[in-house]
Write a protein that binds this ligand. Structure first.
Ligand code: BTN
Length: 319
């Protein structure tokens, strides 16, 4: 009941009478009062005025099911939701849930991680109270070779979600899926999957977003947060819901063709490397070229000095 009452108060943005809530959820006045009391205990400030009802004044930046659900309007993505105050890694937890038959679109979130992992075997610093650590479990009916493109789809969703929340067009993508703000990394995604022959059991797309981080360790001097870029805090639950909204939209387009052909224009619009010189860092083969954008498979097209266009499918590029 608590989750429903919170969602109803947030949706209204003003006073909702106790009677209206009783009618809507077919419960007693006491049940509504209890739900409101629980929300207050969790740090929500709710005004109650006789004859007017309840009004949500302020809410904590909590990484809880109730808080995320109150912003979520998707059909599938995040509808099955698991939240931790603390866990090893949301990717690890999402994989465990996948083995226990958790449904397609299950989202795992945590306020902090003790074993946060990044790409290339790196650790992902995961302190509490300031960032998003989330992993989305998918069971796509696609060929395993196509699954790595889902990382790019999530990159686009995160960039668009950040732009909507910040009210501007400041976030972009550094190929393949790092999201950057003012040239610094604000989000990264690690995709893992379980496959057999030419079928996929599941894919876990794990994303970290630096939301209200004020200070990074010295070695992370190329990292930034929404807070550092905008000068004020953002609600993590709202950003998670926006990521799910955009991911659901882009995933539907991806599923139609099993490639990025319907998303390529939007991706290239967000690509900060586009029409810029990049250094391709392939093992034993480093060179500089002009990044032209991606192709339908998500490979970066780089024009070399001799005019040849290379398709970079793995590895890293630096700006
Ligand atoms: C990168 O190196 O850029 C990818 C970072 C991915 C971090 C996220 S945080 C949520 C999920 N759980 C993890 O352990 N890793 C991913």
């Amino acid at each position: 009941m608590k989750d429903e009452v919170l969602a109803a108060l947030r949706e209204r943005g003003g006073y909702v009478s106790g009677q209206e809530l009783c009618d809507r959820f077919s419960v007693s006045r006491t049940a509504i009062w209890k739900a409101v009391s629980k929300l207050k205990e969790e740090g929500y400030e709710i005004d109650s005025v006789p004859n007017r009802g309840y009004c949500l004044l302020t809410s904590p930046d909590a990484m809880t099911e109730a808080e995320i659900r109150s912003y979520l309007h998707t059909e599938k993505m995040g509808k099955s939701l698991v939240c931790f105050a603390d866990t090893d890694s949301t990717n690890i937890q999402a994989k465990l849930l996948a083995e226990q038959n958790a449904p397609d679109g299950t989202l795992v979130c945590s306020d902090q991680q003790t074993k946060g992992r990044g790409r290339r075997g790196r650790a992902w610093d995961s302190p509490p109270g300031e960032a998003i650590y989330m992993s989305l479990l998918l069971r796509p009916d696609i060929h395993p070779e196509h699954a790595s493109m889902l990382t790019l789809v999530m990159g686009m969703a995160v960039a668009d979600a950040i732009n909507e929340l910040m009210g501007g067009e400041s976030a972009g993508i550094k190929w393949p899926n790092d999201v950057v703000l003012k040239g610094k990394k604000v989000s990264g995604t690690l995709t893992e999957m379980s496959t057999e022959m030419d079928c996929i059991h599941y894919v876990v797309i794990g994303t970290g977003i630096n939301v209200n981080t004020q200070k990074f360790p010295k070695e992370l001097d190329q990292a930034t947060s929404l807070r550092l870029a905008a000068g004020h805090n953002f609600r993590r639950a709202e950003l998670i819901a926006l990521c799910m909204k955009y991911f659901e939209k882009y995933y539907a387009l991806f599923e139609r063709t099993e490639d990025l052909s319907l998303l390529i224009d939007e991706y290239n619009r967000l690509l900060v490397n586009r029409n810029r010189e990049v250094r391709v860092l392939e093992p034993g083969n480093e060179y500089t070229g002009l990044a032209l954008g991606i192709n339908n498979q998500g490979e970066l097209l780089v024009r070399r000095e001799n005019g040849r266009v290379d398709e970079i499918y793995a590895g890293e590029v630096s700006v």
